[in-house]
Design a protein around this ligand. Sequence first.
Ligand code: PNS
Length: 161
Amino acid sequence: MRTLAIYPGSFDPVTLGHVDVIERASKLFDHLLVAVGENSAKRPLLSTSQRIDAMKAATADIPNVSVDSFRGLLMDFVELKGAGVIVRGLRATADFEYEFQMATINRKQAKIDTIFLMTKWEHSYLSSTMVKELARLGGEFETMVPLSAVEIIKEALNPAI
Ligand code: PNS
């Protein structure tokens, strides 16, 4: 049976850590669907279509990866797509509590398991929140994100009139 895995996140913006998780997960499953969603606890910098564009460009070379967006509950999207598993990256102990809650709720309600891939140590300090902060305040963020995201972030910060 072919396994469709869903990798959900807000990806605001996609980082090199996300791309690493996608590359590794794409080797474990037949198809990986990257699902760009909304995290109600976060204020986004990029619009959904900007996040999708950056993600599509960053993953264009990986044949069994596609990108889509969803609104509402992840578990509804998972059921709609008929996915067999959810993939999430895990950086450090700080991620655990939140991930544990989300994985447990999704398993109880949608009967779907979440598989965690440990982020490579060289990416373990990266977060979209830090990238946004650096970008907003004029810090160096370009080495933390795929090239595709750099121009999109700059454009979002200084929209051409
Ligand atoms: O990259 P993030 O911000 O950690 O991703 C979080 C995301 C978007 C996967 C999560 O907030 C989510 O699934 N949002 C959709 C609404 C939902 O299903 N919430 C979780 C209930 S357990």
